[in-house]
Each structure stands twice: as C-alpha cells, then as structure tokens.
Write a protein that binds this ligand. Structure first.
Ligand code: SF4
Ligand code: SF4
Length: 437
C-alpha cells in the first residue's frame, strides 16, 4: 500500500507536505539545534528551515534562497529527538537537498569536483587507493605540518583536508573483502560486515577491531566482496539517484549470504543503511528487498548488546573515559545506552559523563570540510566538555567523530586518544592494561 502511494507521487525526491506540515512551529527544537545555538538566527534553526522549505514548496520563494541555511544544517537530527510532534526533519532536509541539487547548478569547478568525489572516489577502491597514496605522500613530505602552520593558505580546501586527515593505517581493510572469518567458540550468529568506503583506509584499525570483537563473541563474519559505499554522503548531498544505485549493489552483495544481521561500526552509514527501505520505496522492483535488508542492519554496539552478555575474556582497563554520542547513533538510530553498557562491562574502566554528550561535534560527514568555521567551533566546544570530566580517553562510536576530534586535539597539541567503543573492547579482549593502549 505504501509503495502504491509512493508511486502516485510525481517526484518523491522533494519535500512532501505530509512531512513538513507536521511542524506546528512550537520552537521546542530550537535549543537542541547547534546552528541556532551558535548563530542565533531563526532561519538557521529547524523551525526556520522547515518554514523556508514549506514556503518554497508552496511556490512563494525559490528554494535556492534557502540554500545557505540548508547548507549550514549539520543533518545531525538533534531536532528530531527534541520534537514532540514527531517531525522527521532528516527526511525533509534530505529531500530538499535533492531538489536543490537538481535545480541549482553550482559553478563548473564545484560540479566536476563533486561528481568526481561522489561518483568516482567514494564507490571505487581504485579512487580511494589513489587518494590514500597521495595523502601518505603528502604526510611523508610534511605537507600536513605545513598546513597546520599556515591555516589561512587553503587553496581548494586542501589545507583543511590535510589538517583533518588521519595518519593512515599501514594495514588497510580491503584484504578482508571477499573472506569469511570463523566464530571463536560456539557460533551464535552469522553476520555481514558493512565495510564502507573511506573507513578501509582512514579507520582500518577500527574495522579490524570490529572483526575481532565479533569473532570473539561467537560470530562468523562475512565481508562481502561486491559491497560498496553505503551512499550516506550522497543522500546528505542530495544525490539520491547515485545513493539508490549503491543501495541496490549492497542489497545484492549480501542477498545470497544468509546472514542474521548486517553490522556497521559507522553511525552515519548505519542510519542510512537502515533507511534503504525509504530510499527505494518508490522502486517497485527493489522496495521489498530494501525493506528486508534494512531490517537486518545493526550498529555494532546495538548488536553486541542484543546478542547477550559479552563473551568472557575482557582484561582489566583501569582508565577513566568519557563518551560522546554520535548524532546518527543517538538521534537518527536512537541508540544511547548500548555503547555505555559495553563500556560498563569492561573491568576497571570508569565512565564519566560529559555535559551535552549528544551535541554534534561538527564532523557531520563532510561538513567539517564545507563549513570549517562552524565545525571547528562545535568540535572545540565538545573537547571543552570532555576536558571538564578530566577523563583520560575520549570515546565515541563513529569514525567520523573520531577523526574530527582527533584532528582538533592534534591541532591543540594534546596527546589524548579518541577511541571507538569497539576499539576499547578490543583492547580489553587483547589483554587490557592501559600500557598496551
Ligand atoms: S520541528 Fe517539531 S519541535 Fe521544532 S518547531 Fe516544528 S513541531 Fe516544534
Ligand atoms: S539537523 Fe541539527 S543542525 Fe540541522 S536543524 Fe536539526 S538540530 Fe539544527
């Protein structure tokens, strides 16, 4: 029935009245919104953005006039958590961005760059490997340190990219693709690992840690060879057709593998993967398969908690940590307690909560590249909240947040580590002791 209704909609990739009309303009979301908090402008609030989208949809203004306000939105979805009327803001924003992408053509240079990034780099091993090699070369030549010294010199955003880029792992995750890893001990589940795109080089250690923790907890892990980028960044940028192509490829890649669940360690990817049913709702051929695929997607922390008590063998980690909620875990997937439960299970570890742990750190996909000033302010606020706890480690559950916070700490000359929950678990399984960390 839902599919039939969708098919009656002439253009599903634009904001829908039935979604934005649920906003009753109460303003209860305003204080939850990072951009409203920083800028104090109604048009930079969820209510203001929804108002502009509704006005444009009614033909009272061109949507292009709202573009700067929509661009400044982090798509963090804190407003969804705060909204008592159940407004699905992310859905509205992403549809508006799709409409903008069709109607407003940026300059040739930006168009070519975006096409290259979204079509030729993110979904392609060759493209990612090329850029990883270039980044390694730049880091070997010390260009990242030069970028730190001269932040104002920023041709084509390269300086910002170099300053945010992590030290790449010497052991990328691609060799795991196409392999099946056995469970340790009795098998409790067979799972597919969603390996993503940039994570294979930028957060490869996290992917290896995820694999080990899953095996340790009785999971046979399949890393499907034919999988690809999940399309989250494409959806955020309004490139929904490309996102659909990637979604179909992922669904097909895992279809015959008979997995009990598909596991993501990346909050933004997990949220998008769980929304494949919505993305492909108007595709008669794929909608049902997309819905079934999405039902099996689990964030790693959510999955481990669902699986039951953690497997024995956690060593002691006598360390204080503070945890920051990734937006797409806390607000989009509504997962807050599972990562904390996992941390609490580690002997010796003490979790100290920071103020506003679910406020966006400014990473937000490629937001920290596109809106560096706002992203930097949010990141530094987050670090201040973390510092007030005096915790030794900063822990999160999303590699994007890790990269953003680690880059800002590096820039501030701080050696504090930023770890994913799964990396903390992995360290505990590998014998514990903070000296090995
Ligand atoms: S989005 Fe929700 S909380 Fe915000 S103004 Fe609209 S109804 Fe109120
Ligand atoms: S998604 Fe985040 S930044 Fe955007 S309007 Fe909602 S709370 Fe504000």
């Amino acid at each position: 029935m839902a599919d039939a209704l969708q098919n009656l909609i002439p253009d599903a990739d634009r904001p829908q009245w039935r979604d934005y009309s649920r906003c009753v303009h109460c303003g209860l979301c305003l204080n939850a919104c990072p951009t409203f908090r920083l800028l104090g402008e109604e048009m930079d609030s969820p209510r203001g953005r929804i108002y502009q989208i509704a006005q444009a949809d009614a033909g009272r203004m061109p949507l292009a006039e709202a573009a700067p306000f929509l661009d400044r939105c982090l798509d963090c979805r804190a407003c969804e958590t705060a909204c008592p009327s159940g407004v699905e803001y992310g859905k509205i924003l992403e549809a508006a961005r799709a409409q903008l992408a069709r109607e407003v053509k940026p300059g040739l240079w930006r168009r070519l760059l975006a096409k290259h990034l979204y079509d030729q780099v993110l979904p392609s091993h060759a493209g990612l490997k090329t850029y990883a090699a270039l980044l390694r070369l730049a880091q070997t030549l010390g260009l990242d340190r030069l970028a730190e010294k001269f932040p104002a010199v920023n041709p084509f955003g390269l300086n910002q990219a170099l300053r945010l880029a992590p030290r790449l792992s010497p052991r990328p995750f691609w060799p795991a693709w196409g392999k099946t890893y056995p469970a340790q001990g009795p098998r409790h589940a067979r799972v597919g690992l969603l390996a993503g795109c940039m994570q294979n080089v930028a957060s490869a250690e996290l992917s290896w840690a995820t694999l080990r923790v899953l095996q340790r907890n009785g999971c046979e892990v399949v890393v499907a060879q034919e999988q690809t980028c999940c399309g989250a960044l494409h959806v955020h940028a309004g490139r929904r057709e490309k996102a659909r192509q990637l979604a179909r490829r992922n669904i097909q890649a895992f279809a015959a593998l008979e997995c009990d669940a598909y596991i993501s360690h990346t909050a933004g990817c997990g949220a998008s993967l769980k929304e494949y049913g919505h993305l492909l709702a108007s595709d008669a051929q794929w909608s049902e398969a997309a819905r079934q695929f999405a039902e099996k997607v689990r964030d790693i922390s959510e999955f481990l908690v669902e699986l039951g008590p953690l497997a024995p063998g956690l060593g002691s980690l006598p360390v204080t940590v503070t945890y920051q909620d990734p937006c797409h875990l806390a607000h989009a997937q509504r997962i807050r307690s599972a990562p904390r439960q996992l941390l609490a299970a580690i002997p010796g570890l003490e979790l100290i909560e920071m103020a506003r742990p679910d406020q966006c750190c400014g990473s937000a996909g490629v937001y920290n590249l596109l809106q560096p000033e706002l992203a930097g302010r949010l990141g530094r606020e987050k670090l201040e909240s973390a510092a007030q706890t005096r915790a030794r480690w900063l822990v999160t559950a999303n590699p994007g947040c890790q990269l953003q916070l680690a880059a800002l700490l590096r820039q501030a000359g701080s050696p504090q580590p930023v770890l994913h929950v799964v990396e903390v678990l992995d360290r505990a399984y590998r014998g514990g002791s903070i000296h090995k960390a």
